[in-house]
Structures are given as structure tokens and as C-alpha cells.
Design a binder for this molecule. Structure first.
Ligand SMILES: NC(=O)C1=CN([C@@H]2O[C@H](COP(=O)(O)OP(=O)(O)OC[C@H]3O[C@@H](n4cnc5c(N)ncnc54)[C@H](O)[C@@H]3O)[C@@H](O)[C@H]2O)C=CC1
Length: 306
């Protein structure tokens, strides 16, 4: 099976590359900058059509949440017009499109977890651009699987796990917000899930789904877990001091509670992502020992599932 993913260096696309090699029966083509930029998406669309994949994965996006507040036109160009062009390519080929979206489509003002049909009300320009991207994708091709995920981390790129480990090398106490709740999601698990969906060919599975690490937490407890695992494995350690979001102002105001309910996904596909603690452990251990190539955790069957 030939799978084409947009992006070349992102967390998810890097994990897709690793998992595809491990699976052996997936030919993964990645396409993105510097040759193809979603700001100018028509050449990218034509290149996707020319590659003629069996499934398209739309993983590239403008993901700089704070910067998006200052350059909304660029965020929208990439996340709406760019995503639309990728969807057009999938529609022209008549193949399924797996498109990644975010928990930030919700305001997070009310307690989660949120279901797919809950009221969307992004409070950031990034979230608004991703929501409009979802709508554009859905209007262009009915053969879409839109996966809203959250708090993505991996052994690659810029993410919370790597930041906490880096800071713990030079500080004894780290202040981390404790009043924002979500689901940490390993990009390795997500990539494995995307390829499983691509291979499953479920004819009736199109639509919007929430897919994130099982179990919710807050940023300071997430940091405590990262450093406990690190300490156990001889890595850096620091004490985490929980603070309020008000004491850590950011350009874009994050949702207070954007935990995602994954029941719909479990109901259709029969499995879900592993508990976030297990997957975090694998990524931390791998970051401490770059030679380690651990398998991502086996998926946990849903209750009553396969
Ligand atoms: N990182 C996170 O915490 C979350 C990410 N997501 C979504 O998951 C998807 C993947 O996220 P990550 O892999 O973490 O993102 P990332 O920031 O690690 O990678 C983004 C990728 O998009 C590419 N890209 C950015 N602008 C581009 C442009 N103008 N033209 C072509 N390529 C461009 C980058 O080169 C990179 O390959 C995105 O759709 C994102 O919105 C959803 C929820 C949380």
C-alpha cells in the first residue's frame, strides 16, 4: 500500500516514517518543504496527484500556537487553504484522506472530556484555523477521517517532554501550570494508528474522531511523570512546582480543559491508544538512550472490542 503524508520533518511525519519501515508493507512518501510549501499549495496538490497514493495523510500544518496570534493570515493560508488543496488531491484521486486536527477547536471552558459533536469554540487563532481547515476538508471530500488529537510529544522535534528533560538538566525546581487538562499523545502511537486506519479500509468509517492518549492529566503531573521515569533511568530530575495559568501568561490563551472523549473511535475501530503514562515512559527512555528503538506500546483493545 502506498501512503503519502504531507510534511517532512514534523513529529508525526517522522514517526510515520519510522513505523512504516517497521511494518514493511507500507510504502510511505513524504512531501513538503523546502520543495513544496502549503503557502503555495497548487504545486503540492499536483505532486500528490502525480504520486497517486492509495491514502493521503494530511500531517503538515502551521503549529506555532502563540505565533499564530501575530500572523493569522499565514496560519490560515497553511491550515485552511493548504489543507483544502491536499483534500482536493485526495478527492481527484478518489482515495481516503486522513487529516489531523486539534483539541484547540474547543474553548475548554467547561469540564471535559469532549465528544466530536460538542460545541466547537476555538479561543486561539491557531484553533480557529484548524477548525476552518476541518470544515474545508469535509466539504471537499466525503472520504475523510479527521482525527482530533492533543498534547503531541515524541523523540523528535519540539515538544513538552523534550523541554522538561532539557530544563531539568540545569534547574532544581521547575514551575509548570497545573490548571490546564488534556491527553498527552505519543506521536509514535498516533503514527501507528494512522497507518492502521489506512490499512483497515473500513468503508463506513469516514467522519470526525477524537484520538488521543488514554487518560487525562494536567501539565504539572505530566512533567512529574516524565521526570520520575527519567530519574529511574538515570536521567535528569527536578522538583515540579504547580502554578496557575495566570502566573504563566502566553500570547495565545490555552483551553483549561480540552480532554478528548475517544469512545466514538473505540466503537468503530475496536481499539484505542495506550495509557499516556506507558507511552511517555517509552519516549523518555528512548530520549535518554538514543540507541534504544523501543516498540510503541501495543494498543489496548476497547471494552467489548477485538
Ligand atoms: N503538536 C501538537 O501538540 C498537536 C498537533 N496537532 C496536529 O497534528 C499535526 C501534526 O503535528 P506535529 O507533527 O506535532 O507538528 P510539527 O510542528 O512537529 O510539524 C509540522 C509539519 O508541518 C510542516 N509545515 C509547516 N508549515 C508548512 C508549510 N507552510 N508548508 C509545508 N509544510 C509545512 C513542517 O515542516 C512540519 O513537517 C498537525 O496537523 C497539528 O495541527 C494536533 C494537536 C496537538
Amino acid at each position: 500500500m502506498k501512503v503519502l503524508a504531507t510534511g517532512t520533518t514534523g513529529q508525526v511525519v517522522t514517526c510515520l516514517t519510522e513505523i512504516a519501515v517497521r511494518l514493511g508493507d507500507v510504502e510511505l512518501i513524504t512531501i513538503g518543504r523546502p520543495e513544496f510549501d502549503l503557502i503555495n499549495p497548487v504545486p503540492l496538490r499536483e505532486a500528490i496527484v502525480a504520486a497517486s497514493p492509495d491514502v493521503v495523510v494530511s500531517a503538515a500544518a502551521y503549529t506555532a500556537v502563540d505565533r499564530a496570534e501575530d500572523e493569522p493570515a499565514r496560519a490560515r493560508a497553511v491550515n485552511v487553504a493548504g489543507a483544502a488543496c491536499v483534500a482536493e488531491a485526495a478527492a481527484r484521486l478518489g482515495v481516503p484522506l486522513i487529516h489531523l486536527s486539534t483539541d484547540y477547536v474547543f474553548s475548554g471552558d467547561d469540564p471535559g472530556p469532549r465528544k466530536e459533536n460538542d460545541q466547537t469554540r476555538p479561543r486561539t487563532l491557531y484553533g480557529a484555523s484548524k477548525l476552518d481547515g476541518e470544515k474545508a476538508v469535509a466539504s471537499i471530500t466525503p472520504r475523510h477521517v479527521i482525527l482530533r488529537t492533543s498534547w503531541v510529544y515524541s523523540p523528535f522535534g519540539t515538544n513538552f517532554v523534550r523541554t522538561i528533560l532539557r530544563l531539568a538538566k540545569s534547574r532544581e525546581i521547575l514551575s509548570v501550570v497545573s490548571d490546564q487538562h488534556g491527553n498527552p499523545t505519543s506521536a509514535l502511537d498516533l503514527a501507528a494508528a494512522i497507518l492502521e486506519i489506512a490499512r483497515s479500509r473500513k468503508g463506513d468509517a469516514f467522519g470526525v474522531y477524537h484520538l488521543a492518549g488514554t487518560g487525562g492529566t494536567n501539565w504539572s503531573d505530566f512533567a512529574r511523570h516524565i521526570l520520575a521515569v527519567s530519574h529511574l533511568n538515570g536521567g535528569p530530575f527536578a522538583t515540579i512546582r504547580g502554578i496557575a495559568s495566570a502566573d504563566y501568561p502566553t500570547r495565545a490563551r490555552r483551553p483549561q480543559d480540552s480532554r478528548l472523549c475517544t469512545d466514538k473511535f473505540e466503537g468503530i475501530f475496536g481499539w484505542c491508544l495506550p495509557p499516556w503514562q506507558d507511552s511517555t515512559k517509552l519516549v523518555v527512555r528512548r530520549l535518554l538512550d538514543p540507541d534504544l528503538r523501543l516498540q510503541s506500546v501495543a494498543r489496548r483493545p476497547a471494552a467489548g472490542g477485538e
